[in-house]
Ligand binder design. Structure first.
Ligand code: IPM
Ligand code: MG
Length: 361
């Protein structure tokens, strides 16, 4: 059997540190071939393009992609067309990674770290399915125009096609079947017609193909409120690109630690047979980059998602997740999740601890 090929894009800031630990975990649970390429600010510095051709070619060949994080203050003065974020948007669009899975799970050991009361968040387990290649992020026309009278107009276009809604809704429904069989679809159908169509298409698909799923619809403003009022009412949340961007940050904070949350961006179906990219939810954290203190757990849990969705290896994914839980139960913490009575350790030591736990130590 040929070895699966994983492309690692360490990226910027703490990206290289956290991906290094995740690669060690992959090496411990399987026999993979690794390749490396640039994405984001480092890619602009070294190759003049945040998503260079060399990376593009490697991405199309890989069986799965592991990304650290992109961006940093250093590149903020750049034109938006070559900023690190453009590399991320570029690879998403190029590989048509239309389904972004962002779990918001509260680890028992960390429930007290949430800014909400423990009883509101304990046991929380939401899966946000965010559409990732459409909407106002990519819609045309777009741009900043200077008018004849010298005034300026900025334009973005909120747009969805029915097939874009259907394919991401299918991912949400299929995931719900393996969970609590509930999907809440988020829109602003009272104001925005593109999301009125979104609502209609999601409902149609539920009625024709997923009658076993309990589907509800919620306006995005209400959803933002419900997430902090009673987040446990949600099982799978299905959203468009911009609403998902905002709601997933909100949901991640319910869990108390951004440093713990993984994500998957999948190209087709819910099994990721096509292109698939895995990355931690957190950013590049330039303030702590290179100091050896970053939390690698979100990236390590992203690797667990990779094993589950790209390599159909639920057993190995479970093993990695259990190892993380074991290390937390032992009281080992990176400083972002430090609690009284626990032991503070750095990035590599956290990797070591998780590897030990994997070996049953
Ligand atoms: C995210 C990020 C990106 C997005 C940025 C960095 C382009 O906020 O992955 O949520 O807006 O999608
Ligand atoms: Mg975001």
């Amino acid at each position: 059997m040929t070895k699966k090929h994983i492309l690692v894009l360490p990226g910027d800031g703490i990206g290289p540190e956290v991906t290094a630990q995740a690669v060690r975990v992959l090496q411990a649970v399987g026999d993979f071939r690794f390749g490396y390429a640039n994405l984001g600010g480092i890619a602009f510095d070294e190759e003049g393009d945040p998503y260079p051709k060399s990376t593009r070619a490697a991405a199309h060949k890989a069986d799965a992609i592991l990304l650290g994080a992109v961006g940093g203050l250093k590149w903020e003065p750049l034109d938006i067309s070559v900023r690190p974020e453009k590399g991320l948007l570029g690879i998403r669009k190029d590989l048509e990674l239309f389904a972004n899975l962002r779990p918001a799970v509260v680890f028992e050991e960390l429930a007290a770290a949430s800014s909400l009361k423990p009883e509101i968040v304990a046991g929380l387990n939401i899966m946000i399915v965010r559409e990732l290649t459409g909407d106002v992020y990519f819609g045309e026309p777009r741009g900043i125009h200077t008018n004849k009278d010298g005034s300026r107009t900025g334009i973005n276009t909120m747009i969805y096609h029915d097939w874009e809604v259907q394919r991401v809704a299918r991912v949400a429904f299929n995931l719900a079947r393996k969970r609590g069989r509930k999907v809440c679809s988020i829109d602003k159908a009272n104001v925005l017609v593109s999301t009125e169509m979104w609502r209609q298409e999601v409902q149609k698909l539920r009625d024709t193909e997923y009658p076993d799923i309990e589907l509800s619809h919620m306006y995005v403003d209400n959803a933002a409120m419900q997430l902090v009022r009673n987040p446990k009412q949600f099982d799978v949340m299905l959203t468009g690109n911009i609403f998902g961007d905002i709601l997933s940050d909100e949901a991640s904070m319910l869990t108390g630690s951004l440093g713990m949350l993984p994500s998957a961006s999948l190209g087709s179906g819910d099994t990721g047979k096509c292109a698939a990219l895995y990355e931690p939810i957190h950013g590049s954290a330039p303030d702590i980059a290179g100091k050896g203190v970053a939390n690698p757990i979100a990236t390590i849990l992203s690797v667990a998602m990779m094993l589950r969705y790209s390599f159909d290896n639920a057993a190995a994914a479970d093993k990695v997740e259990q190892a993380v839980k074991k290390v937390l139960a032992k009281g080992l913490r990176t400083r972002d999740i430090m609690q009284e009575g626990c032991t503070a350790i750095g990035t590599v030591a956290m990797g070591d601890a998780i590897l030990n736990a994997l070996e049953g130590k």
